[in-house]
Design a protein around this ligand. Structure first.
Ligand code: SF4
Length: 442
């Protein structure tokens, strides 16, 4: 398919993103690169000369959805269609057969060449596949941003070497590498100058961060002393590598938000062993109790898998027991699905689908009722809400924002702006949504 047009005229790019926060960050990086090379974003595929779709491979369902969407988008004629992300890395050339309209397939370590290759393909009309892993690569965040936001992601590590037996990520994102601490400080200051009030530091396991002997706690201290960013969050942490210094920092400095996302996956030591998670249920509970001894109001969220191969009712009850004991603010819950290329793929997927579904329902009810109790206790309390947009509910408009504990709150619409930190009293809870009224604006 030869696109008979002058390249720079063909500079309108439409983006779509599937998957996790790391993918959302990678798309920011890609947009920055493309912008720097003269491309500009458009908001609909119909206006675009180039369509870039960032994909996820964490479950089969995520890939099926992406393939369907890519074929959908390939009906836009005379448009260069490109796929990147984890599915591009896992499937490589084979995607070209599934999506005939595709011109470019690029894995997560190959984005630096995107603008130049896209320009070439716009000229030549060819097809190109690249899925090399590069265990030294980290991406800079580009200064040009098309839309300023109050809350920004910033990846500090890439890759993972934990090899949890159900997980495909280490095979698709390669070995762990850390971004230089000096670069991170510069980028956070750049984001702050561009209106950001909150930064979420991203990594498959941020505790693995290490740059010239500066570990994650060292990095947080640098960010506290060398930037003015108001709120610092981080995602995700592996229980095996936890450093309690992070809770001491939360206790000493309210800029480090008192929330941690700490996936435990299963409450059964036998299952944790065959998941290759590297910790026991008692170790996980110890982390939480020592953390709460340092920071009593710590909010904890988590990830849980049900129906892992050979999981028994007893194993599942041990998972429910952890949910009871910890009291999670919320949890991402999943039915186990086998992933080709992972160690667990060789295990018999022995838990019937109905049992998985039944356990997931029981688990979601347990997590939901605890979450409700936590939110109910907040009615009447006062907290600082960082505002980041508006939302319409019924006939009413609300400003939406988050507390330092990562709880969403809607404020009756006042003359607020994005980025305002509003002191508000939580006056009611509807389903899982907290509503508040301004007490005093800072
Ligand atoms: S820590 Fe485990 S689950 Fe998380 S990305 Fe690494 S291998 Fe996957």
């Amino acid at each position: 398919m030869k696109l008979m047009r002058d390249t720079m005229k063909n500079n309108k790019v439409y983006y779509e993103c599937f998957g996790c926060q790391m993918n959302a960050f990678d798309l920011e990086v890609i947009k920055g690169m493309m912008l720097q090379d003269g491309f500009r974003s458009v908001s609909s595929p119909a206006e675009a000369d180039v369509i870039i779709v960032n994909t996820c491979s964490v479950r089969e369902h995520a890939e099926t959805r992406a393939i369907g969407r890519l074929n959908d988008l390939s009906r836009h004629k005379n448009v260069l269609l490109a796929v990147c992300g984890c599915m591009a890395q896992r499937m490589g050339e084979s995607i070209l057969e599934l999506v005939p309209g595709l011109s470019l397939v690029a894995g997560p370590d190959n984005y630096n060449m995107l603008p130049s290759v896209i320009k070439e393909l716009l000229d030549s009309g060819g097809r190109y596949v690249v899925a090399d892993l590069d265990s030294s690569l980290t991406y800079p965040l580009f200064p040009q941003v098309e839309n300023k936001r109050v809350s920004r992601f910033l990846s500090i590590t890439r890759g993972c070497e934990n090899y949890c037996s159900y997980c495909i990520v280490p095979y698709l994102r390669g070995r762990v590498r850390s971004k230089m601490h000096r670069q991170i400080i510069d980028e956070i200051n750049m984001l702050h100058d561009n209106g950001a009030k909150e930064v979420t530091l991203l990594g498959q396991n941020v505790m693995a961060y290490n740059s010239s002997e500066i570990d994650f706690i060292g990095l947080l201290n640098l960010i506290l002393s060398e930037t003015e960013i108001e709120r610092i969050r981080f995602l995700t942490t592996h229980p095996r590598d936890i450093n309690s210094g992070v809770f001491e920092l939360m206790a000493d400095n309210k800029r480090v938000c008192p929330h941690i996302h700490l996936p435990f996956q299963s409450g059964s030591d036998r299952i944790l062993k065959i998941m290759n998670r590297g910790y026991s249920r008692s170790h996980y509970l110890e982390i939480i109790s020592s953390a709460r001894a340092i920071k009593p109001d710590l909010a904890v969220t988590t990830d849980i898998i049900v129906g892992f191969p050979s999981e028994t009712d007893d194993d599942f009850n041990e998972t429910l027991d952890i949910v009871e004991k910890v009291g999670f603010d919320s949890a991402f819950t999943f039915k186990y699905s086998p992933r080709a290329g992972t160690q667990a793929f060789g295990m018999e997927d022995s838990v019937p689908r109905e049992v998985k579904e039944n356990r997931l329902e029981i688990l979601n009810n347990a997590v939901g009722s605890i979450r409700k109790k936590i939110l109910e206790r907040l009615v009447g309390s006062i907290d600082e809400i960082l505002l980041d947009g508006t939302v319409k509910k019924g006939e009413n408009h609300y400003s939406k924002g988050r507390t330092p504990h990562f709880r969403n709150v809607l404020l009756e619409n006042g003359s607020f702006s994005d980025g305002d930190v509003v002191k508000a009293v939580i006056d009611r809870l509807l389903n899982y949504t907290l509503y508040g009224k301004e007490v005093r604006r800072r």
